[in-house]
Write a protein that binds this ligand. Structure first.
Ligand SMILES: *Cc1c(COP(=O)(O)O)cnc(C)c1O
Length: 460
């Protein structure tokens, strides 16, 4: 098919929403390391996990072998409200850059939560409801996950308790109101409502919180309140599984026009959007059918992949959660207050960590002023106001397209545009006023986080 035939937006039909999620772990010869019980150092059993997570989600978390897991009809029906999401050919950006590269992006911001997080929120809420639970607890940093979960819980009639990182709670009051409009109970974290919150406040008076603190509080409430379980918006295997709808749809849309990407780029906070976007492509790569260059982009202020250690670590600051083997900066690492709240987690998905460790993908870290430059350029030519998180992927997509301009190579680039930035106008304001700064942790800063890594029997 000739190049000009490719439309600006490739839409799939409603019936083309995937009917199964794809589990990339099934095609990995080296599986991601299991979660460990922090007390015993032994792999967490399904029974132990079921005190924290819903039963079906535990099964998905532990399933390293089933390649395709059917999406229940109720979840597909919910997906129909905002999916399939468009795959957009960035003709205007290509023209502005003067690049021979062909750029595509999968846009996940077309729902009220403003991000891809709804894909997993509805799945997790559905399984909680199916188990007959009363409600769920969670944490939120920037607010996208909390919003997505509030929407899913409102739809299914579940209670939703959100611990919101205090700095975001104060900086983004409108995010909080969106969540409350959907019926969620929102508490700034660390709070005095939990034992772990009180302990953190005692040790760090005046702290503005972190995702790690908020996770500790949410887990404490879930495990001490009958009829509640905890849900997490990223990092876990189950979340990557749900997010595979992004990649499956993107691949189906590209396949319609016989397009194969050379480079696939996504921002990486806990790894869920990137894991979801690359899943079916990574599957082909793992099976030796095709090869792709896959790039994870993280903030220079929170460089888990590029400067972290591949080790077992706590997922939370209060050290009450299971241990995950991942690229980590240490659970005590609190990144400087950069403006991409969704990319401020100290660790990274175990699945992506293993793939990165085994050389199946690359990672790069970018500074936030360069990220906002890319965001502004993108907004002006493509029209969409991108989330700061998503703009990390835009930055690297632009850089790769500019390299093609130098070499004359007509590479095809696919990146994930995870969301919109309407709630991030304080960050845009700083950028517009020339007040944005970059903070890159020194090796000494990082050492502090590494010192707090737990000693696990049998681990170096
Ligand atoms: C949460 C979030 C991210 C980062 O999380 P991942 O789990 O790494 O995908 C990226 N973009 C947006 C818009 C987000 O809300």
């Amino acid at each position: 098919m000739s190049e000009t035939k490719i439309p600006y937006k490739i839409y799939l039909d409603e019936s083309e929403i995937p009917d199964s999620w794809y589990n990339v772990r099934a095609d990995m010869s080296v599986k991601p390391a299991p979660l460990l019980n922090p007390g015993t150092g032994a792999p967490l059993t399904a029974e132990e996990m079921s005190g924290i997570f819903c039963e079906e989600l535990v099964a998905q978390e532990l399933d390293n072998d089933t390649a395709y897991i059917p999406i229940p009809q109720e979840i597909r029906d919910f997906y129909k409200m905002y999916r399939p999401s468009p795959l957009i050919r960035a003709y205007c950006l290509e023209k502005a850059l003067g690049t021979p590269a062909k750029i595509y992006y999968k846009f996940e911001g077309n729902n009220t939560s403003g991000s891809h997080k709804l894909n997993s929120a509805i799945a997790q809420a559905y399984y909680a409801k199916k188990q007959g639970l009363k409600g769920v607890t969670t944490e939120t940093g920037a607010g996208q996950w909390g919003t997505a979960l509030s929407m899913a819980c409102a739809y299914l009639g579940l209670d939703c308790k959100v611990f919101m990182v205090k700095v975001s709670y104060e900086q983004k009051p409108f995010r909080r109101e969106v969540m409350r409009t959907y019926g969620a109970d929102v508490t700034p974290s660390p709070s005095t409502t939990t034992a772990v919150g009180r302990k953190i406040l005692e040790e760090h008076p005046g702290t503005t919180g972190s995702l790690g603190c908020a996770i500790s509080e949410a887990v404490e409430v879930a495990t001490s309140t009958p009829g509640y379980r905890y849900v997490l918006g990223s990092v876990l295997n189950q979340v990557l599984l749900h997010q595979s709808v992004i990649g499956l749809e993107a691949k189906a849309a590209l396949d319609k026009y016989g397009v194969t990407p050379d480079i696939i780029i996504g921002c990486a906070g806990g790894g869920s959007n990137l894991g979801g976007l690359i899943s079916p492509f990574m599957g082909e790569k793992l099976r030796g059918e095709k090869d792709y260059r896959i790039i994870a982009v993280e903030p220079a202020s929170c460089p888990s992949f590029t400067r972290g250690k591949f080790a077992y670590d706590f997922c939370d600051t209060g050290k009450i959660c299971p241990l995950a083997k991942m690229y980590t900066l240490g659970s005590g690492f609190i990144p400087s207050p950069n403006h991409a709240g969704g990319l401020r987690f100290h660790g990274m998905s175990s699945t992506l960590s293993q793939l990165y460790h085994d050389g199946y993908m690359e990672a790069t870290a970018v500074e936030q002023t360069a990220v906002f430059e890319a965001a502004e350029q993108f907004a002006r030519v493509e029209g969409i106001l991108p989330a700061p998180e998503s703009s990390h992927a835009i930055r690297v997509a632009i850089d790769e397209a500019l390299k093609c301009k130098e070499t004359g190579e007509e590479k095809t680039i696919l990146f994930g545009l995870t969301g919109t930035g309407y709630f991030d106008m304080v960050a845009y304001q700083k950028y517009n006023d020339g007040l944005m700064s970059d903070y890159i942790p020194t090796d000494a800063d990082l050492e502090i986080g590494f010192k707090g890594l737990p000693v696990v029997p049998g681990q170096a």
